[in-house]
Design a protein around this ligand. Structure first.
Ligand SMILES: [Zn+2]
Length: 96
């Protein structure tokens, strides 16, 4: 798969240290669901509940990353699951 994933810079992820710490813990629980040339879907096992994180290569940078969790829906900002996927990709725990 040739899709280039634009990761969220560390300095943005680390702004919310709570989320970053949760993301580190969840980074080992990330799996790639599927990827196309424009879109990737990841599953994050958060204490037994599975959350679906989506990446859209064509959307503007704020909307590239989305999650189905309640926190993301309420805040419309990067959540611990999106953080976890970014950490897992950065640390090469998973590959797209
Ligand atoms: Zn989430």
């Amino acid at each position: 798969m040739d899709m280039e994933i634009e990761l969220i810079p560390d300095e943005i992820l680390k702004k919310e240290s709570n989320l970053y710490i949760k993301g580190i813990k969840l980074a080992d629980k990330v799996k790639l669901d599927y990827a196309t040339d424009r879109h990737a879907s990841f599953l994050v096992d958060h204490d037994g509940s599975i959350h679906n994180v989506m990446y859209f290569s064509e959307k503007d940078s704020v909307k590239k990353w989305q999650c189905d969790c309640k926190w993301y829906t309420l805040h419309d900002r990067v959540c611990s699951h999106i953080t976890a996927v970014n950490i897992a990709l950065k640390e090469k725990k998973i590959k797209v």
